[in-house]
Design a protein around this ligand. Sequence first.
Ligand code: AMP
Length: 114
Amino acid sequence: MSETIFSKIIRKEIPAKVVYEDDQCLAFYDVAPQAPVHVLVIPKKPIESLEQLTAEDAPLMGHLWQVIQRVARQERVAESGYRVVVNCGHQGGQSVDHLHFHILGGRDLAWPPG
Ligand code: AMP
């Protein structure tokens, strides 16, 4: 997997507004927020996209969903509601090739997405 901006954020080589971190993952505010709350949750393991996940990543993914729930509560959108998005590949709108979960909330979100 090639180097991405998220690898640099994990290594603290470039700054990010981190809201949660542990040995397996990092959560930080998106630099171009699409909603009042827009946090990215990423595994520290360099996984390029959802398509690269394997069975051995199942415990890591279970952990990430728990972190997503924790961050949503921390950001006070758990009660009002929020959306979790994973863009995968070119037509899916993925622009950074390091698996990431968008947490979006704080306003009414339209459906379907564009
Ligand atoms: P995606 O289009 O699903 O690949 O999402 C990538 C996201 O990363 C976009 O929402 C960008 O705004 C966000 N992003 C890119 N660079 C940074 C950065 N340095 N810090 C925080 N978020 C970033």
